[in-house]
Design a protein around this ligand. Structure first.
Ligand SMILES: Cc1cc2nc3c(=O)[nH]c(=O)nc-3n(C[C@H](O)[C@H](O)[C@H](O)COP(=O)(O)OP(=O)(O)OC[C@H]3O[C@@H](n4cnc5c(N)ncnc54)[C@H](O)[C@@H]3O)c2cc1C
Length: 498
């Protein structure tokens, strides 16, 4: 379908900005609006995980982020004055074997700069107030700072408008879940004499509750701590610097000195998610679709990866190279399954950290001190936190069954190869084929040139081929030379688009 209107992205948080950057890179006209006068100046989400950095590499801006952030190598759990567990972030097979600490304010600034370099400006103080979805497009009403109302028609409306999403409300979708009873405080603060390694997260399990220290930059830390339960889910307590110092002294050990607070705030944890991520031509991504505990620091990363997942599908459909019905429904199926996993994991980590009672805490600490020493558990936790194990085995876009020893299975991430451009880089979303070259194969690649890279990449091992999606996940594994498997797959993507 040729486009005559820009895709409308509502919300210029990290998810909306990522969505705009990806679509713009793929030459899809976009308009990105935000009702706020300025982007956030708060550190909020602090971590960019390995998988997000890999996907950002396709935008060509990962180096800028890495230069602006702080590399963190692992997390330690400390209880009763000793380290009872450690998880490393130095996963194998990624160019980014660390967690990158970078305040959300900087993430948004760098993404906005990147968009500006492509000639796209965030339209600030422009609010989506209403919309009507239709079969061929969505009619939206925007209110400008001077009160002027503007009517626009967009082929797709993308709700990246955060936890209180008007897009979600407009679709009548339920944000299923709860507000947890625990109250939390957060301090973005300078701390002197921190005894733990400067490139590690430290999680202190104390009888009073949990306290976590995240390094942000030399001398600057994020501290979060739970301060007990209340039935009033609206209750918030903004801590004073003195209260932060008391929490540090009591739960993390004496000798540290907090000063120069940048941000002190109370917060509550919501665990909520929509069932469907889209309805017709309207899509939800990021906090608009899922919110959960900050344990594991997955929130923003999960949202940005929603954007990476949707953008290439939308671009192929927008350019008329793929049928909407063959690609777009997979977005919600794939990302909702990931959202369920992220919510469950974050919930488990929060429950373990906020456990109360001497006996239960004693058992928890004992079990953790054994289990967290196991290399298998350490590896699994590292893979989960870095999001390198995200996979889409049950997606309608995954053809299972062709597993070949020595390479990733269908649905898994294809690890990037150092020195090769990432799959999906450039200005057109194309699949990549990891296969031995041959004249027949060249003819196939030419025939499907709007969907697939013009030349094969070296196979992972001999005897098989890997078809990899523009977001780096394996669509199918086939026997070497089985070109019909590739053609059948790409025909199904393109069906009805011609
Ligand atoms: C105190 C705090 C601490 C946090 N700590 C962490 C952490 O450590 N790790 C982590 O991963 N996450 C953390 N988060 C969560 C993280 O900030 C979010 O997951 C992330 O911001 C989600 O990005 P988003 O783009 O989906 O939504 P948002 O960042 O909320 O952006 C939504 C944007 O939409 C705009 N908007 C809303 N409605 C409209 C409308 N009708 N019209 C136009 N614009 C609109 C808003 O102005 C906003 O700019 C924290 C959040 C808070 C509040």
């Amino acid at each position: 379908m040729p486009m005559n209107n820009a895709v409308l992205i509502v919300g210029a948080g990290p998810v909306g900005l990522t969505m705009a950057a990806e679509l713009a890179r793929y030459r899809v006209p976009v308009r990105i609006i935000d009702r706020a006068a300025a982007r956030t100046d708060k550190s909020k989400a602090l971590v960019l995980w390995s998988r997000s950095l890999e996907l950002m590499d396709r935008l060509g801006c990962t180096d800028t982020f890495v230069a602006a952030g702080l590399k963190v190598s692992g997390a330690s759990v400390l209880a009763e004055g000793r380290r009872i567990g450690h998880v490393g972030f130095a996963a194998e097979g990624t160019p980014y074997p660390y967690a990158l600490m970078i305040p959300q304010s900087d993430t948004e600034r760098l993404l906005e700069d990147h968009l500006a370099s492509r000639g796209i400006r965030v339209e600030r103080q422009v609010e989506l107030t209403a919309f009507t979805p239709g079969a061929d497009g969505v009619d939206a009403t925007l209110r400008h700072a001077d009160g002027r109302e503007e009517a626009v028609r967009t082929p797709w409306l993308l709700g990246c408008d955060g936890a209180h999403s008007i897009v979600r409300h407009g679709l009548g979708m339920t944000f299923q879940g709860d507000t947890l009873p625990s109250q939390w405080v957060l301090a973005d603060v300078h701390i002197a004499n921190v005894p733990t390694p400067p490139d590690e997260l430290s999680i202190f399990w104390h009888a009073d509750g949990v306290l976590v220290l995240f390094p942000i930059s030399p001398g600057r830390f994020r501290m979060i701590a739970d301060i007990g339960e209340t039935a009033d889910t609206d209750a918030r307590h903004d801590p004073t610097l003195e209260e932060v110092q008391v929490l540090l002294d009591r739960r993390a050990g004496a000798g540290m000195q907090a000063s120069d607070p940048i941000w002190l705030s109370g917060f509550r944890i919501n665990e909520r998610k929509v069932r469907d991520y889209s309805a017709g031509r309207v899509f939800l991504a990021g906090d608009a679709a899922h919110i959960h505990s900050p344990a594991g620091g997955q929130g923003m990363n999960t949202g940005m990866q929603d954007a990476f997942n949707l953008a290439w599908k939308l671009a192929l459909v927008a350019h008329g190279h793929a049928a909407a019905e063959s690609l777009l429904p997979s977005y919600g199926i794939e990302r909702s399954a990931i959202g369920d996993i992220v919510l469950a994991n974050a919930g488990r980590m929060t429950a373990a950290a906020t456990l109360r009672g001497e006996f239960k805490q004693g058992v928890r600490n004992l079990v953790a001190s054994v289990v967290l020493q196991l290399p298998m558990v350490q590896r699994a936790m590292g893979q989960t936190l870095t999001e390198l194990n995200i996979a889409y085995p049950d997606s309608p876009l995954t053809i299972r069954g062709g597993r070949h020893s020595g390479g990733p299975a269908a649905g898994d991430r294809m690890p990037p190869t150092v020195g090769e451009p990432p799959v999906g880089a450039g200005d057109a979303p194309r699949f990549a084929l990891y296969a031995e070259g041959s004249p027949d194969l060249t003819a196939l690649l030419v025939r499907y040139g709007t969907l697939i890279e013009p030349a094969p990449r070296p196979p992972v091992t001999a005897g098989a081929m890997w078809l990899v999606r523009p977001d780096g996940y394996v669509a199918l594994v086939a026997r070497a030379g089985d070109h019909s498997a590739i053609a059948t797959y790409l025909d199904a993507i393109a069906v009805a688009a011609a």
